[in-house]
Design a protein around this ligand. Structure first.
Ligand code: NDP
Length: 317
């Protein structure tokens, strides 16, 4: 009997190749949680993922109803949940005006953070029922969450402030977690800070009582994924070259996917509460290490406040 992993956002990029790597072990059945079923089916086929090693269930992370429906649909399959990978994200750096989710929240924070926050909270129950020795919950982070690291220095910097926007209910005219003016690049970075805070708070609240391993990782700069599809065409052309030849941060989608798969399965990554990185410059046979998260992402009081307010926004509290 194979173990089951749910991965969000496998229609392209890191998620697709993480699915491929996990399927290739022969020990994992991958449940692809995606908003576009046809595109996902096509991508899985093109990537050569064996048909009998995965299934696709609809999930639109921007919609809280859809997250709840996904959890019901997953449970109806009767599969046990042994690992959950929160990977999907949107990045829309050129937006002039904010977009809103069906629930009325700024779209990138709604998708990247709030949808995953609800998903993690609901699926904790499923992970606890797993017969795996050590179920895992992995959330994708990014270097851009951390202004202390080379790759995170380019402004605007993430800053949740006192979470005034969340406190005020996070509906228009609120568009930013800190309650300030809309800035789409910062909104993405803020959402990724929330991803790391969520992982650390899950660890603090539930690791001991459940035995679940909670972790995050920065897989390297995967400059060729469609994550940058909403950027200037010239940026899309130059960014991979810049990462390859100048910063040395470039990582292929295949390698990034393999790194995610390792964090899901390899005994080397069994410690909970960790944020893994392979560094900003890729070296041949480069080894992973525990990376310190940003000051904001290591602030326990902020984690707790973020948790309480997010719980309200997704209807858990
Ligand atoms: P991609 O754009 O290739 O993949 C994003 C995935 O998320 C797609 O499958 C997309 O589906 C899905 N998605 C977007 N919105 C939703 C939604 N509302 N509901 C369900 N699925 C959705 O990006 P990457 O592979 O580059 O990024 C994956 C993760 O890796 C992200 O968390 C990102 O922050 C992280 N990361 C990426 C880095 C990079 O350099 N690329 C660096 C560090 C971290 P659809 O096809 O339908 O749009």
């Amino acid at each position: 009997e194979k173990s089951t992993v749910v991965i969000t956002g496998t229609s392209s990029g890191v998620g697709l190749y993480a699915a491929k790597a996990l399927a290739a072990t022969g020990k994992w059945h991958v449940v692809m949680a995606c908003r576009n079923l046809e595109k996902t089916q096509q991508a899985a086929q093109t990537a050569g993922i064996p048909q009998d090693s995965y299934s696709i269930i609809h999930l639109d992370l921007a919609s809280l109803d859809s997250v709840r429906k996904f959890v019901q649909d997953f449970r109806a399959t009767g599969k046990s949940l042994d690992a959950l990978v929160c990977n999907a994200a949107i990045y829309m750096p050129l937006l002039k005006e904010p977009l809103y989710s069906p629930d009325g929240y700024e779209l990138s924070v709604a998708t990247n953070h709030l949808g995953h926050f609800l998903l993690c909270n609901l699926m904790l129950e499923d992970l606890q029922k797993s017969s795996a020795a050590e179920p895992r919950l992995v959330i994708l982070g990014t270097v851009t969450h951390n202004p202390n690291e080379l790759g995170g220095k380019i402004p605007p910097r993430p800053d949740l402030g006192d979470l005034k926007g969340f406190e005020a209910g996070f509906k228009a005219p609120q568009t930013m977690i800190d309650g300030k003016k809309f800035e789409p690049v910062k909104a993405y970075k803020d959402s990724k800070v929330c991803n790391v805070l969520t992982m650390r708070e899950l660890h603090r609240r539930y690791h001991e009582s459940t035995g679940i391993t909670f972790s995050s990782l920065y897989p390297g700069c995967v400059a060729t994924t469609p994550l940058f599809r909403n950027h200037y065409p010239l940026f899309q052309k130059l960014f991979p070259l810049f990462q390859k030849y100048i910063t040395g941060g470039f990582v292929s989608e295949e390698l990034a996917g393999k790194r995610v798969a390792d964090v899901v399965t390899d005994p080397a990554y069994s410690e909970s509460g960790m944020y893994w990185s392979w560094g900003n410059r890729q070296k041949k046979e480069g080894k992973s290490f525990v990376q310190k998260v940003s000051n904001e992402a290591s602030d326990d009081a902020k984690a707790e406040k973020m948790w309480e307010l997010s719980a309200k926004l997704v209807g858990l509290a």
